[in-house]
Design a protein around this ligand. Sequence first.
Ligand SMILES: Nc1ncnc2c1ncn2[C@@H]1O[C@H](COP(=O)(O)OP(=O)(O)OP(=O)(O)O)[C@@H](O)[C@H]1O
Ligand SMILES: [Zn+2]
Length: 469
Amino acid sequence: MVKKIKIFDTLKGELVDFEPIEKNHVRMYVCGPTIYNLIHIGNARPMIVFDAFRRFLEYIGYKVTMVQNFTDIDDKIINKANEEGVPFKEIAERYIVEYWKDSYNLRIRAANFHPKTSNYVDEIIEFIQDLIDKGFAYESDGDVYFNVSKFEKYGELSHRNPEDMIAGSRIEISDKKQNPLDFTLWKKAKEGEPYWESPWGKGRPGWHIECSVMSNCLLGESFDIHAGGNDLIFPHHENEKAQSEARHGKTFAKYWMHNGMIKFSGEKMSKSIGNIWLVRELVKAYDPDTIKTFILSKHYRTPLDFTEEGLNAQKKSTKRVNEALKAVEEKYEGNVPYIPKSEYMKEKINEFIDYLSTDFNTPKAIALIFELTNELNKALTENNEQKILENYHLIRNEFGPVLGIFELPTKEEKSAKAEELINVLIDVRNMLRKEKNFQLSDYIRDSLKNIGITLKDTPEGTKFTIEAN
Ligand SMILES: Nc1ncnc2c1ncn2[C@@H]1O[C@H](COP(=O)(O)OP(=O)(O)OP(=O)(O)O)[C@@H](O)[C@H]1O
Ligand SMILES: [Zn+2]
């Protein structure tokens, strides 16, 4: 039996009981980054939060299918490509590779699918044509617009009234549009821009249509959770919902979950504003546990002020947890015995699940981990084996993996460390050779050779190969 949970649904504006469309299977879609730059800690918040949420759903027994897209067709990508004089694909591919490095370093699990807009242009054209055929969209001088007045529920998700929006806003008026709120589905290509052939001439997709199409292709016409930052509620998610529900005549996403913004110097951290802290830099200065507990220690819907003091304080508390876990592993020389779940463990597991079942209250779950760390340290001092093992297993093997923190290093991470170590040895060998200490430098080379690591001196420096055993 899967545990029942409650989440805050943006559409309903309240805490609701979560019940997936298909029994025991959750299908979720998270809006991913526009890839024209390295990701910042603000972009990492939805990645960290929804990765942990997905792990929690799996922990309580659901099968989860998760999709997170890459927006690889966009004005910002095209501008960057023009600045550098390279094709837009090159910019997109470069930053997708960098995205994977950052998400790996943060120990974020990949979603089941990471679709790119450029691979779905045919499906996008088909979707738009269907909207035109059904009377929800119109072509105007090579552009195609969604006719907002044809979709009665427009404004429902962002709790806005279309009439007030027109009256009180500075929405751009274009003589191509029939109504100021109408939004672009297809954009006519300007001179020198990348384009695709379409029934409306050369052009490219507007921003919102991609998520409607990719979620439709990978998760179906209706799915369970649509997630992303709350900066996307309007217009992006409102428009996705309008297009999809207009085309299919049924609910698009059953629930909408949105994380609050990470702010820096009082404003939303954003690539376009430039007030950013790159994940890349933060991972070097802090460890992933510190960064992730910093984010998960605040409830996902609240705004979060990014400060170095905040991260430094977090670093101290995560260090305490990691040190306590390591002390246990050292005590048992790496083979910490398994124990069956005791009453105490079951009680703590229920407490942990209860916190996360109420709108994913990670701050309470993290506070519980810190409380168990105190218990663990006490047990270590008293050398109380049962208590040591209970608290150790709760943190290391139950709660940590659910939130994506305090996990044991994987085999790949260990071998990455081994490669760093070989590079240190290569540096030492080169220093010795400069000092003409060939006896020691050859000793390093030969000893490595004996264990299957061959060094090769090339004009670009010393390279190594590792023999597979
Ligand atoms: N400061 C932030 N705090 C939390 N989430 C954010 C923040 N900025 C962006 N996001 C989320 O990150 C994901 C990727 O967004 P996107 O690439 O549009 O980032 P961005 O930095 O806002 O970019 P841009 O400034 O170019 O609009 C989205 O789910 C978005 O809601
Ligand atoms: Zn989206």
